[in-house]
Ligand binder design. Structure first.
Ligand SMILES: [Zn+2]
Ligand SMILES: [Zn+2]
Length: 339
């Protein structure tokens, strides 16, 4: 049997179900994508063993060196990938004009996040138990700090920075609360049953009022736990923040088509990043996107809670928070941008 024979219907590399002949060999979409990324990015892999690892459907992500070798053995050709790229650039998909890859690469997003990440000194788990419990004032203060950081962060993303102020404001306001919550969850990932705010105060499952405790528990159970389960890394986290930011349905947006293609680009880069992981990554991308749904409903609950506090407990909210989180006027945010 020739390795690239398409008639057995199996991938010549990993024996998964083949979806056709790709780059010269009958293969599955996983191996097709792996080969394409490897060639396009000129990856050089190492084998940790003796260059004869077994490549099958379950183990195909374990050794990239041996998988790529098997792709070549099965008949895949580098040139076919390069030709495909030339053809696409002539045909132009709706997204092609946005294919300035590096502007939204995983590395760019990672750097933007790392540069503005809370510069809290590394705290050991024993220290966290001695931190002050946050009251409502601390929560508002910490949210304000995070909003300022979020603005600084977004400015480090080149395509965002090139937009008109109105579009920037529209994007940031649409999901500011989600951005804050996801950052809080990430910051708290290493602590047990404790949320660490950016102003160095903490929240436990029962340290606040009833309704707020429900929110705390949701953050722990529906955000932090799944993030821990998949061991989300910093690059993946940075991409998720960008996917949240580039929402084409944000209110008052004048460039929604462009935002859609920016988001698409981040998604594709994240997908590639995940697929290039050393170990099996199937399902991982989906898990991450599912987090966004929890995030959205929790954010909604937080906003309701803040509104209730303003109405019934006379909570005075900082202008910036009012405009960013509760969608008041946006005079103040414009001032922040032009300063
Ligand atoms: Zn395969
Ligand atoms: Zn190997």
């Amino acid at each position: 049997m020739s390795a690239s024979s398409p008639n057995n219907g199996l991938c010549a590399i990993c024996s998964d179900k083949a979806t056709g002949k790709h780059y010269g060999a009958s293969s599955c979409d996983g191996c097709k994508g792996f080969f394409r990324r490897s060639v396009r990015k000129n990856h050089v892999y190492q084998c940790r063993f003796v260059r004869s690892c077994h490549v099958d459907k379950d183990k195909r992500n374990q050794c990239r060196y041996c998988r790529l070798k098997k792709c070549f053995r099965a008949g895949m050709k580098k040139e076919a990938v390069q030709n495909e790229r030339d053809r696409i650039s002539v045909r132009r998909t709706p997204y092609d004009d946005q294919q300035r890859n590096s502007a939204l690469s995983v590395a760019t997003l990672y750097n933007a996040d790392a540069a503005t990440k809370s510069m809290l000194t590394q705290i050991t788990t024993s220290d966290i138990t001695r931190k002050a419990l946050a009251n409502v004032g601390d929560i508002c203060e910490s949210m304000k700090q995070q909003v300022m950081k979020m603005i600084d962060w977004a400015k480090l993303i080149p395509p965002f920075n090139e937009m008109d102020t109105d579009d920037k404001v529209s994007l940031l306001r649409s999901h500011a609360c989600e951005h804050l919550l996801l950052s809080l969850a990430r910051r708290s990932c290493m602590y047990n049953e404790t949320l660490l705010l950016s102003n160095d105060t903490v929240i436990t499952r029962t340290s606040l009022d009833n309704e707020q405790n429900k929110i705390t528990c949701r953050i722990m159970d529906e955000l932090i736990q799944p993030m821990r389960d998949i061991q989300m890394d910093e690059s993946e986290f940075a991409c998720l923040l960008a996917i949240i930011l580039f929402d084409p349905s944000s209110r008052n947006l004048t460039i929604s088509h462009r935002i859609r293609s920016l988001r698409w680009q981040v998604q594709v880069n994240l997908e590639d990043y995940i697929n290039d992981r050393q170990y099996d990554s199937r399902g991982r991308f989906g898990e991450m996107l599912l987090l966004l749904q929890n995030l959205q409903t929790i954010a909604f609950q937080v906003i309701e809670q803040i509104n209730a506090y303003r109405l019934y407990a006379g909570l005075k909210l900082d202008t910036l928070l009012l405009e960013m989180i509760l969608q008041g006027s946006h005079f103040f945010i414009i001032c922040v941008f032009s300063s």
